[in-house]
Design a protein. Structure first.
Length: 383
């Protein structure tokens, strides 16, 4: 690996161990023991300390300089990008996969000239196995560090998403409005062929913008927090269904809804729940040929409110049923449709689960013995 191993007095090593966030709480006696199987290493700027997937043989504590922790992100088959998850500074530890006797979960590289104390993994593990008290202290500190790193990663991701959503959508929105100006005939006459190609471009760009929104939605749910307010599910269902009525009528489908007058209020996000219902009803419209029926029902169950969306459409095969809620999954029916990203149902699932509910599908719909039926439940407000 091309690094130097410096011979260093045990005193200096001891000092670094003592002030580190991972071993700091241990007694002088224990730390002296650990110092006997630790040594110092020096890395040049840019030098790799270890690679993700390597067997973790040493735990590192930074003495001087800084190291970046990277993960490999595979955005599509054959393309791997490096993403920096965290930077570790003097006193901080990295490479704790060593404690678990596993492989490194990340790569580490020196950012500037970096000196680190490397603690021999095998010796450390056997010490932890023999001394439960020491093990308890170290595990508690590892957990503290890990939860700090997690919250750091979440903030980074949330920030990245808000920047990415703006940066990706702004140029597309600009192109879209130029196209609309040209299509409107404001900068000169267009022939039929040109009009047709431009309007197709407009549709594709609108789909692209929607896809970016969907992908960002997925990641946002990983980050957490949906804002909940008291709401009437009856209103949410009615609004969503009415929004899609023109689409159903255009396809000559009969869209009915069965909503009880009285319903207990629930806590939830009206915008997000609308997104789920329009996704389900939108799919029902998409996958039902004319003549066909789509029905939306709202019911009250023990402890739950229940929404059912049934259609008399093409249905979903038994093999496909378990997969349709997966990210990017598009079924046989989905593939024959030009529109769609295969993200709708996985986003819906995340939304319903964030509300403490469940969502699933049945096909054929048990009542009509045709098409499909999507059901979701939401817990009633306990207050
Ligand atoms: P998309 O509609 O963008 O393909 P979804 O996540 O909304 O993605 O749906 C995933 C797949 O589930 C669809 O591609 C389709 O094969 C299937 N599907 C969803 N809803 C229905 C339905 N009502 N009837 C038949 N198939 C459906």
């Amino acid at each position: 690996m091309g690094h130097n191993t410096d011979l260093l007095s045990k005193e200096t090593i001891l000092e670094v161990l003592k002030t580190s966030n991972i071993l700091g709480g241990l007694s002088d006696e224990t730390l002296s023991k650990i110092a006997t199987f630790s040594h110092e290493e020096t890395y040049q700027p840019g030098e790799t300390i270890f690679v993700e997937g390597d067997v973790a043989e040493e735990l590192y504590i930074v003495k001087e300089g800084e190291a970046a922790l990277d993960i490999n992100l595979s955005t599509r088959p054959g393309s791997v990008r490096r993403g920096t998850v965290d930077t570790v500074f003097p006193g901080e530890a990295f490479g704790w996969s060593t404690i678990l006797e596993s492989r490194f979960a990340m790569s580490a590289r020196a950012v500037s000239t970096t000196k680190a104390i490397a603690v021999d993994g095998e010796a450390l593990r056997s010490l932890l196995a023999q001394e439960p008290q020491i093990c308890a202290v170290v595990v508690r500190q590892v957990l503290d560090i890990a939860s700090l790193r997690l919250s750091h990663t979440r903030t980074t991701l949330a920030h990245f998403l808000s920047v990415a959503s703006h940066d990706l959508k702004a140029p597309l929105a600009a192109v879209q409005s130029y196209l609309q100006v040209i299509l409107g005939g404001f900068v000169g006459e267009l022939n039929e062929k040109q009009k047709e190609m431009l309007s197709r471009s407009c549709v594709r760009i609108a789909e692209f913008i929607e896809m970016i929104d969907n992908i960002l939605d997925i990641s946002r749910f990983e980050v957490g927090a949906v804002e909940m307010q008291e709401l009437s599910l009856t209103e949410v269902v009615r609004d969503s269904v009415e929004m899609l009525r023109p689409l159903a009528e255009e396809k000559k489908l009969n869209l009915t809804q069965d909503l009880p007058q009285e319903m207990p209020k629930i806590k939830g996000s009206a915008i997000r729940l609308k997104q789920v219902i329009t996704n389900l009803v939108g799919n029902a419209v998409k996958f039902t040929p004319s003549p066909g029926e789509i029905s939306v029902k709202l019911k009250e169950d023990d402890g739950y409110l229940r929404v059912e969306v049934s259609d008399t459409g093409v249905g979903i095969s038994t093999e496909e049923l378990p997969k349709i809620f997966d990210e990017f999954y598009r079924g046989v029916a989905g593939d024959t449709e030009a529109k769609g990203t295969g993200l709708g149902l996985s986003i819906s699932k995340k939304i319903i689960e964030a509300h403490g509910g469940r969502i699933w599908a049945e096909s054929p719909c048990p009542e009509t013995e045709s098409g499909s039926k999507f059901i979701f439940t939401l817990p009633k407000d306990k207050a």
